[in-house]
Design a protein around this ligand. Structure first.
Ligand SMILES: N[C@@H](CCC(=O)N[C@@H](CS)C(=O)NCC(=O)O)C(=O)O
Length: 203
């Protein structure tokens, strides 16, 4: 979702190849593109970039005019740290609340450590909004890579109806209103494939 939302929201054209997961959530056919066999992978000049953060950095390099990181160097450092924290962390939340846009699972996924992740994310969002968000409704005002990075968490907070402080809820609403996120959500709702490993709460 993260590189897709980034490219789409920034109006950068790309060709999408959709791969499907088996019941163990193994990506079928990904090894044709990616040396790790994992997705996402972006091909640039027939060369794979096989990690979502690396893809976003590469896209920012390729399209400097799109201003995908904040202009201010202090804000940019924090945006990078926020993305790195998302990339490497929040394991409890990610394990207990798999992303599932077409489901509504209020109250599910309250495993140990999840509430701490929710509180840390809410505090991070509030801090970015208060320090850097004056120019818009997103973490650094206008849309940046940081918003693409937190979009899957926004989806989880919706699916699992996580109660949030008002600043975090306002940010959730702003991300959901992005046209690229709307498009991704519509495509997710239209999917009918069922992947058991990703739907632990299915009846
Ligand atoms: N660090 C990688 C993680 C990639 C990753 O774990 N991808 C999962 C989907 S989110 C995957 O490809 N799973 C399929 C598999 O394990 O075969 C990134 O963020 O790009």
């Amino acid at each position: 979702m993260r590189p897709w939302v980034l490219l789409r929201q920034a109006a950068i054209p790309f060709e999408e190849v959709q791969l499907w997961f088996d019941q163990n959530a193994r990506a079928q056919g990904a090894e044709r593109y990616s040396p790790t066999g994992l997705v996402p992978v972006l091909m640039v000049d027939d060369e794979p970039i096989w990690d979502s953060l690396a893809i976003c950095e590469a896209v920012a390099d390729l399209f400097p005019g799109k201003r995908l990181w904040p202009d201010d160097s202090g804000a940019r450092r924090i945006a990078r740290a926020a993305c790195a924290e998302m990339h490497a962390g929040f394991r409890a939340l990610r394990n207990a609340m798999p992303m599932n846009i077409r489901a509504s699972l209020p109250g599910k996924g309250r495993a140990a450590g999840v509430q701490q992740d929710i509180e840390r994310i809410s505090a991070l969002w509030a801090s970015c909004r208060a320090r850097y968000g004056a120019g818009g409704a997103l973490l650094f005002g206008d849309f940046t890579i940081a918003d693409a990075f937190y979009a899957p968490v926004v989806m989880r907070f919706r699916t699992y109806a996580v109660k949030l402080p008002s600043a975090a809820q306002a940010y959730v609403d702003a991300v959901c209103a992005l046209s690229a996120v709307q498009d991704w959500m519509a495509a997710g709702r239209a999917e009918t494939a069922f992947v058991a490993a990703d739907e632990p709460y299915a009846q």
